[in-house]
Design a protein around this ligand. Structure first.
Ligand SMILES: C[S@@+](CC[C@H](N)C(=O)[O-])C[C@H]1O[C@@H](n2cnc3c(N)ncnc32)[C@H](O)[C@@H]1O
Length: 274
């Protein structure tokens, strides 16, 4: 499929407007690779046809397929490790000491669910080590723009490759059950309490409520600086006093020093809402 500069520019404008993703220059090859099947399945002749079709209100499903195809959903269990380690070593003991009754955690852009499930595993391990009644309740909310990813997250089903990425054999047997030779399912005890919801990070977060911790990792890198700052401001507004924000290892709050202060969680950092 040949793509002219105008066709590419129009497609990029659609993507930027619908999900905030800034593709930048010269990614025609990436676009073609990702949407070729959708173009073919809908018997369209070009990227221009596809861009025209997905602007129509009636083409909701195809529009969602294009967004699903264009978002990068890479994720794995306990990604970067240090945020989970910090939660287990520092934050949960602090909540317990302070007799906090309820903790709310938001995994924004949670992809296929590995991040919120990893969070629940840490909380479960912590509470089980204590024995006795749980000192607090922890509610984890997972949101994403991609309906396909959210469906997978809700199903809790993972194939042989994704189940092993970052998950120890011990945790796999404790928290997952094998349903067939190539598929594992997260046990209800670790998945059912997670609220999975569709949310475009460009939209309002008002209905999300307030959180003690927000994980917003490996998604801001796809956005313009302007959108990134707007998202960080909105996340700040959803954090309780002293609430913590964790970003991906290549992301930072540059330009938001009036809103957040850095917290050392060696080998990484988090950001405390001011
Ligand atoms: C690379 S994954 C990151 C998953 C997880 N946070 C992690 O760090 O492993 C990026 C996720 O961001 C989601 N995403 C992209 N644009 C978004 C937007 N505008 N609103 C909400 N989610 C978005 C994608 O669907 C994808 O699942």
């Amino acid at each position: 499929m040949q793509v002219s500069p105008l066709e590419y520019a129009n497609f990029c404008a659609f993507l930027q407007q619908s999900c905030g993703i800034s593709l930048g220059q010269n990614k025609q090859y990436l676009v073609v690779t990702r949407v070729r099947r959708i173009v073919r399945d809908n018997k369209l002749a070009s990227l221009a046809d596809l861009t025209a079709l997905i602007q129509k209100p009636s083409a909701r499903d195809i529009r969602q397929q294009v967004i699903d195809a264009m978002t990068t959903n890479e994720t794995f269990w306990f990604r970067d490790n240090y945020p989970f380690d910090y939660l287990q070593r520092v934050l949960l003991p602090k909540y317990q000491r302070e007799k906090t009754r309820s903790v709310k955690i938001w995994s924004a852009a949670c992809s296929s669910g590995q991040e919120p499930i990893s969070l629940n595993i840490i909380v479960d391990e912590y509470c089980r080590k204590l024995g006795g009644p749980k000192p607090f309740t922890v509610d984890v909310v997972g949101t994403d723009l991609s309906s396909a990813m959210l469906e997978q997250a809700k199903s809790g089903l993972y194939d042989r490759i994704s189940i092993t990425r970052g998950l120890s054999a011990e945790r796999m047997s404790q928290y997952f059950e094998q349903v067939d030779p190539d598929t594992w399912r997260a046990k209800s005890s670790i998945k059912d309490s997670i609220q999975f919801r569709t949310l475009n990070l460009q939209d309002s977060y008002f209905l999300m409520g307030k959180f003690d911790i927000i994980f917003c990792r490996n998604v801001l890198i796809y956005f313009s600086q302007e959108l990134k700052l707007e998202i960080l401001r909105k996340m700040h507004a959803q954090l309780n006093k002293n609430g913590l924000l964790f970003l991906g290892s290549s992301e930072s709050i540059a330009g938001m020093n009036d809103y957040f202060e850095m917290v050392d969680c060696s080998p990484g950092v988090a950001y405390r809402a001011l």
